[in-house]
Design a protein. Sequence first.
Length: 687
Amino acid sequence: MPKSQDLPSLFDDAPQSAAGPAASPAAKPAAAPKASAPRVVARGAEDAYTAADIEVLEGLEPVRRRPGMYIGGTDEKALHHLFAEVIDNAMDEAVAGHATWIDVSVEADGFLTVTDNGRGIPIDPHPKYKDKSALEVILTTLHAGGKFDSKVYETSGGLHGVGVSVVNALSDTLEVEVARGRQLYRQTYSRGKPLGPIEPLGEVMNRRGTRIRFHPDATIFGKIHFRPARLFRMTRSKAYLFRGVEIRWNCAPELLAEDGAVPEKEVFHFPGGLKDFLAAEIKGETTIANDIFAGRVEREGGHGGVEWAVAWCAGRDGFVSSYCNTVPTPDGGTHEAGLRAALLKGLRAYAELSGRKRATIFTADDVMASCTAMLSVFIREPEFQGQTKDKLATSEATRIVEQAVRDEFDHWLTASPQQATKLLDWVIERAEERARRRQEKEVGRKTAVRKLRLPGKLADCSHNSSAGAEIFIVEGDSAGGSAKQARNRKTQAVLPLRGKILNVESAASGKLAHNQQLADLIQALGCGAGQQYSEDDLRYDKVIIMTDADVDGAHIASLLMTFFYRQMPRLIEDGHLYLAVPPLYRISQGGKTLYARDDAHKDELMKSEFTGRGKIEIGRFKGLGEMLPNQLKETTMDPKRRTLLRVEVENDPEGTTDAVRRLMGNNPEARFHFIQENAEFAEDLDI
């Protein structure tokens, strides 16, 4: 979603100062104090700061005060992290060999339930806290659990003993049932505190394990709610990661309208493990080698176990989805470094064996450019960066993965020389293309050759570096003419486009290749598209979409954002893409003139700024081309007065891709259903 850049408001009457505090002079080493120098103490400040000001947070209160320290925030991603913590505990029981199935239920009232048939959390009194059961200690005490000692769990996703207690602290209701020794027990909590003792429910003959049902606290997370589609993907991925478990999915029928692709009931069990996972992810893609390189190395006790699945696809950018002890690591880490090293060294060794001298030019980036991979490791007491476990930091993981994968990769290459040669040729071609791009990179932007290669309608800037340079993509020659007169010729370039560009989400790849407007855009940016994208070759620091402040303008902006998301995702990830915010109205009274971005803002200004006598004139801009150059500069292009929205992608790549496919694809019914399902969440954009 676009987010407002920290810039002065477009609608201020005068520019705001961007100057910061003056730089302080370099500090000199302090001279040693003389023995007779008196010691001066500010008594008032010292006396006001006493022991009474020292606050001690007990129990789970630190979690409720600072949830971001434990789950990364209070947004939608953090909310779903609660589910991850609970299902990770159930998966630990399965990986340890004590559970064979897990049941996940999403209820219409916002409750979420995870049940397993493992050993069940102990309910007997804890030896250290004799007045509390082990169950209550686990649910109400940070850093309490059975995963510190590898005798209980050889490998586990929980490390610090805070996961389920954090879920308890951030839930207004949490119910836990434990079946042990043919007896069933229940205890209920609210915001981390038990509402009563453990309640015996009697004998059960065919049940064992733990059932946790919880409801997130609205005072912490606000109105956001669990997304069935996101929970469904998280649940399915767990079944892929451990082929010995069966996971049962249940979703309330009332929630299915939110995403028609989510079933009400499903059973996940994948004997093929990560190979099945990757095959489903790249279904329909053209692969360089016919077979998926997949394997698994199991170690005694589970420590150091590795499973992987790797394929090279011709038509898409590469990705690596990695996991440690079934916990996803979206930021990668040392285990991914081991995979990269194994694939690079294996291909280089095969090239040397085959007498391919050109193989010395390719790097790990060339090998991974179109590589799609799934990687899962099981390590005793792994180290992560942060409680949310987004990145693995265990140095030993690099060696473990490299050794496990390298041997199997060597065998895979030599077993099929024809496929191995095809893969090697592909990687060498990528390396040569990279080297060619580097050699062809121009030193300056004002050479005759460079000018000949730029689109004819581009009014380029004179700045020789991409740092500080901007390009405005505008709709139509009329708007382009105004923008060219309003711009700062040193740092601002303008590229007019004619009407609505091609919708790359629904168009065939052949149309994209022959579309002149998109070809001009790619040429103007200079960075290439798709697999040829190069951050180093991007000619501008800011790429600004500037369209009319109406429905048609919003549609054109959506088409352009779809193009960048599909063809240049890194341009968005690196923070280069922005939306300009032109005004819709010009309001004048006497010598006072202000601009309003929409009807609501116009009404607000009319009430707050134009209360005196005199005729008020309101003009509505039909488009950017109707604005005078000085008006366009004053409101939309001058860095001191404008407002920009930076385009960012939420931390849910699968959900974002699905939304783009439904909204911009060639299935109008999916678009209609998406709008129906999400209309209640639409809000005015507050700039």
